[in-house]
Write a protein of this length. Structure first.
Length: 357
C-alpha cells in the first residue's frame, strides 16, 4: 500500500513509492528522486522548496497514518484479558477484585489514547498481535466500542464501564468446551446452541463474585441481541436492549467479520462496513451505526485508491455519513477535490480497492 503524504509531514526514513521530479524555485534546477529512495532531511528540505502538495510514500512504520494504540498499551491490555480468561477456564481458580482492577488500569490508558486522538479512525488489523483470536477479538471489540462511545458523546465514566464490558463480553466462552470453540468447521445446531449460552454464562460468572457493575453485566448478557428481536439469548428488541449491548453488538460483528478464522477467510473491511450499514435498523441500532461510521474507515486519509472507472486517486478527507465514499483528488489533477458522496458525476463510481504501488 502507498499513501499520499503532505510535504510538511514528511519524515527522514520514509521511502518514496513513485519517481518524483520538479523545478527548484530558487535555483531553477531540476530535482529528481527515484522510487524506493529513502528520504533524508536534506531531501525533505529540497522537496519543500518545490511547492509540491505532497508525495507518494510506501506505507510502513514511518507512515503518518495514526497508530491509535501503541504496542505497549496493546500488550498490557492483552496480558490482562489473557490472565482473566485463563483463570476463568480453571475450575480450581477464581477471579478476584484485583484481576479486574489491573484490567481497569490498562483500560484507562487505552481510553486516554482514544479520547485524545482528534481524528480517530480505527484500523483493527493493526491491533492484532497474537495468533489466538480470543484475545485479539477482545482487544479489537474494546477499542472499537470505546471509539463508538466517544463518537456518541458518552462521559468518561461510561466509557470506562463500556471498556470493561467490551473486554469481558466473551468471558462466558471460557465455560464452553474448547473443542467447540476451536472447531475448524461449521458448528452443528447442538454445538451452536451451547455457544449461544455464553452471554448468560458470562453474566452469571461475574454476578456471583460481584466484580463489575450492573451496566457491565447487562452489556455482557445482551451483546448478541438484535434490534429486530432475532438475537439471543432473550430475543430482546429495540431500545429494550441495553446501550452497551447495542454498541458491543456492532463492534463484535465488525471485528469477527474482518478476522481470519480456521473455517473461513476474513471479509474485507469494505464488505463488513457494507453489511453493518445494510442491516442498520434490523440487526443494529441506527444511532449506534452512525457512531460506528464516524470512527471506522477502510481508506485512511492519504491512501492511494483505485476507482471503478480506472482512475487512481488519493483520499484527502473522510465522510462520516459513508466511509466508503470519502473526498478524493485524482492523481492526474490534484487541484480538483471530488466528494464521492455528493458529486452527481461520481454516483456510479466506487472505490474498488487500494492502488498497487
Amino acid at each position: 500500500m502507498i499513501s499520499f503524504i503532505p510535504v510538511e509531514k514528511l519524515k527522514p526514513g520514509m521511502v518514496l513509492a513513485r519517481d518524483l521530479y520538479g523545478v527548484d524555485n530558487f535555483t531553477s534546477k531540476i530535482v529528481m528522486l527515484r522510487a524506493n529512495q529513502k528520504l533524508t532531511l536534506s531531501h525533505i528540505t529540497k522537496l519543500i522548496s518545490l511547492d509540491l502538495p505532497g508525495v507518494y510514500i510506501h506505507d510502513n512504520e514511518n507512515s503518518i497514518t495514526p497508530r491509535v494504540v501503541n504496542n505497549e498499551i496493546k500488550q498490557e491490555v492483552l496480558t490482562q484479558v489473557k490472565e482473566i480468561f485463563d483463570i476463568s477456564e480453571k475450575a480450581s481458580e477464581h477471579l478476584y477484585t484485583g484481576n479486574i482492577q489491573h484490567a481497569n488500569d490498562a483500560l484507562e490508558k487505552l481510553i486516554d489514547t482514544i479520547v485524545n486522538t482528534e481524528h480517530l479512525y480505527v484500523d483493527l488489523a493493526s491491533l492484532r498481535m497474537y495468533d489466538d483470536c480470543t484475545y485479539n477479538h477482545s482487544l479489537g471489540v474494546t477499542v472499537l466500542s470505546i471509539a463508538i462511545g466517544k463518537s456518541l458523546g458518552l462521559s468518561r465514566k461510561y466509557l470506562s464501564e463500556l471498556a470493561m464490558c467490551a473486554l469481558l463480553h466473551d468471558i462466558g466462552k471460557t465455560k464452553v468446551p474448547i473443542e467447540i470453540i476451536q472447531k475448524p468447521a461449521k458448528l452443528s445446531d447442538e454445538e451452536y446452541g451451547v455457544v449461544k449460552e455464553h452471554p448468560d454464562r458470562g453474566f452469571t460468572m461475574l454476578k456471583e463474585k460481584n466484580l463489575v457493575s450492573d451496566l457491565v453485566l447487562e452489556g455482557i448478557a445482551s451483546h448478541h441481541e438484535r434490534v429486530d428481536g432475532t438475537g439471543y439469548p432473550n430475543k430482546t428488541s429495540g431500545k429494550q436492549i441495553p446501550l452497551f449491548g447495542r454498541i458491543i453488538a456492532c463492534a463484535d460483528v465488525y471485528d469477527a467479520l474482518t478476522a481470519q478464522r480456521p473455517y473461513r477467510d476474513s471479509s474485507k473491511p469494505t464488505e463488513a462496513i457494507e453489511y453493518i450499514m445494510g442491516t442498520s435498523g434490523r440487526q443494529f441500532d441506527r444511532g449506534i451505526v452512525r457512531g460506528f461510521l464516524k470512527c471506522i474507515s477502510p481508506y485512511p486519509v492519504g491512501s492511494c485508491v483505485q476507482l471503478s472507472n480506472g482512475d487512481t486517486a488519493v483520499v484527502v478527507e473522510q465522510n462520516s455519513q459513508n466511509p466508503l465514499r470519502p473526498v478524493i483528488f485524482l492523481m492526474e489533477d490534484p487541484t480538483i477535490l471530488i466528494d464521492l458522496y455528493t458529486d452527481k458525476n461520481y454516483y456510479s463510481v466506487v472505490i474498488s480497492g487500494l492502488a498497487e504501488a
